[in-house]
Write a protein that binds this ligand. Structure first.
Ligand SMILES: [Fe+2]
Ligand SMILES: [Fe+2]
Length: 177
C-alpha cells in the first residue's frame, strides 16, 4: 500500500460526516432550530478525526517528508493551498463550536452563525478532498522510493496507535485545570 492509501480511505468517512452536516443544515433551516447534540458530535469528529488524526498525518508525516524533496512549483503551490485549507477548516470549526455554545445559552441569533459555518464546511471539505485525491496524493508518491513509502506508512500507523491515548489524556488534563 502507498502512504496515500490510508489518507484516501479516511477521506471517505470525512465525506460521510460532511454529507450529514449538509443534510442537518437543511433540516435546521426548515425547522428554524438547530440540534446542538449533533453539532457537538460533528465538531468533535472534525477536530479529532479530520484535523488531529487525518490532517496530522498529512502535515506531520507526508508534507514534512515532501518538504525535503525537490518538488515541482505546481506541487509546492498545491501543498501550500492544502495547508491553508486546514487552517481555514480549524477556524470555521471553532466558529461552529462557539455559535453552538451561544445557541445552547438561548441566543437564537446564533442559528444563523451555525448555518453559515455549516455551509462553509460543506463547501471546503469536498473541494479540499478532491484536490488531494485527484491532483496531489498520487502524483507526489513519485518523489519517494519504496523504503521511504514503507517507513511513512509505518509512522502513520504508529501515529494512529497513539491517537486515542492523546485524546483522553487531554480530556483528563482539561478537567485537572
Ligand atoms: Fe488535507
Ligand atoms: Fe485529506
Amino acid at each position: 500500500m502507498l502512504p496515500a492509501g490510508p489518507l484516501m480511505k479516511e477521506h471517505r468517512l470525512i465525506e460521510r460526516m460532511i454529507a450529514l452536516v449538509a443534510e442537518k443544515r437543511e433540516k435546521f433551516e426548515k425547522k428554524s432550530e438547530a440540534d446542538p447534540v449533533f453539532i457537538e458530535a460533528a465538531v468533535d469528529f472534525i477536530r479529532t478525526y479530520a484535523d488531529r488524526s487525518h490532517h496530522g498525518k498529512e502535515e506531520d508525516i507526508l508534507f514534512r517528508e515532501l518538504k525535503k524533496k525537490d518538488m515541482s512549483e505546481e506541487h509546492k503551490k498545491t501543498m501550500g493551498e492544502l495547508i491553508e485549507d486546514h487552517k481555514y477548516g480549524r477556524k470555521v470549526t471553532g466558529d461552529l463550536d462557539e455559535a453552538n455554545a451561544s445557541y445552547r445559552k438561548g441566543e437564537e441569533e446564533a442559528l444563523g452563525r451555525i448555518k453559515e459555518a455549516m455551509d462553509r464546511l460543506t463547501e471546503l471539505y469536498p473541494r479540499h478532498i478532491e484536490k488531494e485525491d485527484e491532483r496531489f496524493f498520487l502524483p507526489v508518491m513519485e518523489y519517494f522510493d519504496d523504503g521511504e513509502k514503507e517507513s511513512m506508512l509505518e509512522e502513520m500507523a504508529e501515529f494512529d496507535r497513539g491517537m486515542l491515548h492523546r485524546k483522553y489524556e487531554d480530556t483528563v488534563k482539561k478537567f485537572e485545570k
